[in-house]
Each structure stands twice: as C-alpha cells, then as structure tokens.
Design a protein around this ligand. Structure first.
Ligand SMILES: Nc1ncnc2c1ncn2[C@@H]1O[C@H](COP(=O)(O)OP(=O)(O)OP(=O)(O)O)[C@@H](O)[C@H]1O
Length: 502
C-alpha cells in the first residue's frame, strides 16, 4: 500500500502542493504529470524525505508519516532515481553501485563480493549481459547509465516504492522503449512505481494510471490510462490553450539564398568532419543523442572550443575560434544544454537572470534602465508561461522547467543583436504547452531573417520545429531530411539503421 493523503506545502506565500491525494497500487506504474511549477518535484521530495509537508500524511504499508527524513524514507523502502544522474564517470560500475556503502571486512574492501553483488543488481534490471561490472561509467550510453542508477537503488534491497524523475528526458524513443521494458519487469515484481514525465505518448504506452497536478492540486487523480485520452490529458496539463497550442499551424519562413553560416569539413572534439550551411530565416534541427557530438559542434561554432580541422564562415567572413565574447559581437548566441551548471545564477532574481546579458544594451547614461528591463522580462514571462511570473522571485525558488525557461528566454531579450541562435536541447524538461510556445518563438525568430540551429533527441520536436534536420551519430551526419521527407518515422528509421550499422 502506498498513499499520500491531503498533502500541502507552502513556500512563503506560494502554494506548491494543495491537499493532494495519490494512491499507487503494488505492481502499478503511476505517471505524475503537470506543467512546469505544478508541484511534481515538491510532491516527490515529500515522499523521498527532502521536504517536510505542512499538512497531510504519507502511508507506506502500515507506517504513517507526517514528514519523512531521507533516512526514514529509505528505511520504509522508498528508492529514487534522480534526473541528474549521480554516477561518477571515472569509476567503474561496481564502484559506483557501492559508492559510500562499500562492503568491508575490517579495513579491507571486499572487491570480489562487491562485483558479485553488482552483477546481481544489474540482473534485477535485466542488464547483466549488457553491462560489465568493471566497465567505466564514462564509456556507457545514457540509457545504460540509467540502468546502473536503478540497479544501484535496488541493490539496497527492500525497495517497495521506486520513484523516477523524468527518466526518459534524455533518451530517444527507442531507448525509452528499452527502459519501459525494464520498468514493466519491475512492475511485475510488485513494486509501486511513480515517474514524472512531459511525454504524453509514453504515458499511454507505459503507465497504468496517472495523476495530473496543476497549481499544486491534483486536477486528474489516480485515473486509469485506459479511461482517458491523450488529448484530455494535454488539456488538463496545458489548460484551455492546450490543444489549440499543439495544433497551431506552422509558420514557414521565406529563406534567402546566400548562407549566413558555412561549415566546411569542420572537425572538433567528438565530431566531424561536418559540412553545413544555414541560411537566414532557416531553422536547422540536429537530431542526435547526448554524446553524438551535438553539444561540441554548437560550442565550436560559438567559439568556446577550437576546431581541429576545416573552416567556418559567418556572413562570408572567417569565423575564428576567438571565444564566446567575439562570437556574441558577431551576432551569435548559444543557449547551453547543461543549464544547471552553465545557465542559471541561482541566487539572482528571475528578472536579472533574463536581462543580465543585455543590461549593457539597456543602460542609459551608465544607469540600468529598470523600466525597460521590467517590460522585457514581463514579455518573456508571458510568452513562456513562466510560473510564478514574478521578476523578483529568486531563480533557485523556481521549478526545474521554469528555471530552464529563464535561460532560453534570456536570448529573447538579447535577440535584437543576435543573428544566429544556437540552442542545445531547448525544451528538455519544459512542459507541453510552453514547449509549443518555444517552437513559435523559434519560428518568429526565423521569420525575421535570423538563423536557428537547435539540437534535440525528440523526433516529434525536430519535425514540429525544424525546416531541415541533420541526423547526427557519433559526431557525423548520417542523413539530412527536409520537406516531405522530414517525418518522425524517417528520423527514427535512420537513427535505428545507423545504430545497427555501427
Ligand atoms: N525552495 C523553494 N522556495 C520557494 N518556492 C519554491 C521552492 N521550491 C519550489 N518552489 C515553488 O513551488 C512550486 C512547485 O515547484 P515544483 O518544483 O514542485 O514544480 P514541478 O512540477 O516539479 O515543475 P517542473 O516540471 O518545472 O520541474 C513552484 O511554483 C516553485 O516556484
């Protein structure tokens, strides 16, 4: 039995959870959905012991808790797989699984016993054949790392409730299906599985029941997936603008002939050689996974990394690897993928996070133009459905998805000077309503004659937002698709064929 009853949590005046009930049966996969800032992470933190609720209780078997410490949660059988994986690249699988809880006899580590137990833990997630216990984590693919992470949690034993926070955010469809298989097997062992996601299709393929949170309330509660439809769920998540936002027609930009960006046989760290042209008004999608070289390619164009061979030209002139400052001067902008590390200033206000790169441009007579900063921020908050839409909220108080909107939105504020925008996974962690708003913003940007390159591991997204897509695998372009040829199934076919060929 796993139940949450009447859970409420406030942060100052902000209500994160408002009288939430949730029941997850044994042997059930329960999807937790909702727009950014709806309270999903807060609910999960209450269950895993990171946050003490103000009211309500959590019931696990015959134990009732009004608040849990992380230790109590573990003892009660709650295991959590976080979105930001906790594994260390330079250690092997066994050492990662036993990090901080090594098996010892006196002062000695029992290496053989650990390796054996690590193998058994991998068996629990059906990955004993696939993953060697002495493989370096850095050499594993993203889905393999995720399996190690789950194995690490299960190894502790006594897990009754398994919680996964956006486990498929960085996976392709094929990889997500692989993970789904493993989760089904765990479900069959009687675990209560709760997972958060922004992917609706996946919920209908995998989950048994679902709950949708909005503004801290469970507006759809413990509903059997068989009793609802994807469009009803999208409506519940995105509100009345939901369906229409998703179905809105695409706006095609007219493209001029001369390319603004030219890459000629460009090679760099983990990619190349790649040749690519981007014209003003064009949106190019780079479809590839983490580790496909997509981030390195964007960073090289932006001058943050040095190419090892080939040439780059922007507006017909050489684009030297002279650092981001020079690239920004020439009209390039990069929205980084690792936003937690590279993008957010946690202790600054939401408004400062958005206007900071543009403050110089807004200043008048050496003073910050506060009115202008406010209006730029407010426009961004409206356009991106920022929650809360307050400029003075500290960035660290925002939910993950809303913090992400700040980093993407920052370039909206600076867009006057930008001619080519590079975005690394711009919608990862962003809810379905705001996701489509971001596509529109990309379209509107292109319609002004600017160029856009974005990376994505979501074929849907590439089809929805790009004029042309390059499929990237291990640093090379394995296919290029545009017009009628650019479809979700074509992208998937090509990436699977490339996978098999490799
Ligand atoms: N430490 C905090 N201080 C103040 N407010 C907070 C804090 N943590 C969360 N909140 C607020 O609580 C609300 C719920 O946030 P939560 O992180 O649970 O959302 P979420 O559904 O997980 O969103 P996302 O999909 O963006 O991750 C948000 O309005 C957020 O701003």
């Amino acid at each position: 039995m796993f139940q949450v009853r009447g859970l409420s949590k406030r942060y100052g005046g902000a209500v994160a959870l408002d009288d939430v009930d949730l029941t997850v049966e044994a042997g059930e996969i329960h999807a937790l959905l909702g727009p950014n800032g709806a309270g999903k992470s807060t609910l999960i933190r209450c269950i895993t012991g990171g946050v003490a609720p103000d009211e309500g209780e959590i019931v696990i078997d015959d134990l009732r808790f009004s608040a849990l410490t992380p230790r109590e949660a573990r003892r009660a059988g709650v295991g959590t797989v976080h979105q930001h994986l906790s594994l260390i690249d330079t250690l092997d699988v066994t050492d990662n699984i036993f990090l901080g809880c090594e098996l010892r006899r006196g002062p000695l580590r029992r290496r053989a016993a650990q390796r054996r137990a690590a193998g058994e833990a991998l068996e629990l997630v059906g990955a004993r054949e696939e993953i060697a216990v002495d493989a370096q984590i850095g050499d594993l693919s993203v889905p393999q790392r995720q399996l190690v992470e789950i194995a690490k949690v299960l190894r502790r034993g006594g897990i009754r409730v398994l919680i996964l926070d956006e486990p498929t955010a960085a996976l392709t469809d094929v990889e997500a299906q692989g993970l789904a298989e493993r989760l089904r097997a765990l479900r069959a062992q009687g675990l209560h599985i709760i997972y958060t996601t922004h992917f609706i299709d996946e919920v209908f393929a995998l989950a048994d029941r679902l709950t949708v949170l909005r503004d801290g309330r469970a507006i759809v509660r413990d509903t059997a997936v068989a009793d609802t439809t994807p469009s009803a769920v999208i409506d519940a998540i995105a509100g009345e603008r939901g369906q229409s936002a998703v179905a809105r027609p695409r706006m095609r930009a007219r493209m001029s002939e001369a390319p603004m960006l030219e890459l000629e046989e460009l090679s760099g760290p983990r990619f190349g050689p790649i040749s690519l042209e981007v014209r003003p008004g064009e949106i190019v999608g780079l479809f590839g996974l983490l580790g496909s070289g997509r981030t390195e390619l964007l960073e090289t164009i932006f001058g943050a990394r040095r190419p090892t061979a080939g040439a780059m030209r922007f507006d017909g002139r050489a684009l030297p690897a002279a650092g981001p400052a020079r690239a920004i001067e020439r009209g390039l902008a990069l929205v980084p993928g690792d936003r937690l590390r590279q993008g957010i200033f946690a202790s600054l206000s939401a408004r400062d996070n958005v206007v900071l790169p543009s403050v110089g441009g807004f200043a008048r007579g050496g003073l910050r133009d506060v009115a202008r900063e406010r209006s730029v921020f407010d426009a961004m908050a409206r356009g991106y459905r920022l929650r809360p839409p307050r400029g003075d909220a500290l960035a660290r108080e925002l939910s993950g998805g809303n913090a992400q909107k700040l980093v993407v939105g920052r370039w909206l504020a600076a867009l006057d000077r930008t001619r080519l925008v590079l975005l690394d996974e711009p919608t990862q962690g962003i809810d379905i309503g705001a996701r489509h708003d971001i596509y529109e913003i990309l379209r509107a940007t292109a319609a002004e004659g600017k160029g856009v390159i974005f990376t994505s591991s979501d074929p849907d997204e590439v089809v929805a937002a790009a004029d042309r897509a390059l499929v990237l695998r291990r640093g090379r372009v394995v296919a290029e698709l545009s017009g009628r040829d650019l479809s979700e199934s074509a992208l998937l076919d090509i990436s699977q064929t490339a996978e098999v060929a490799a």
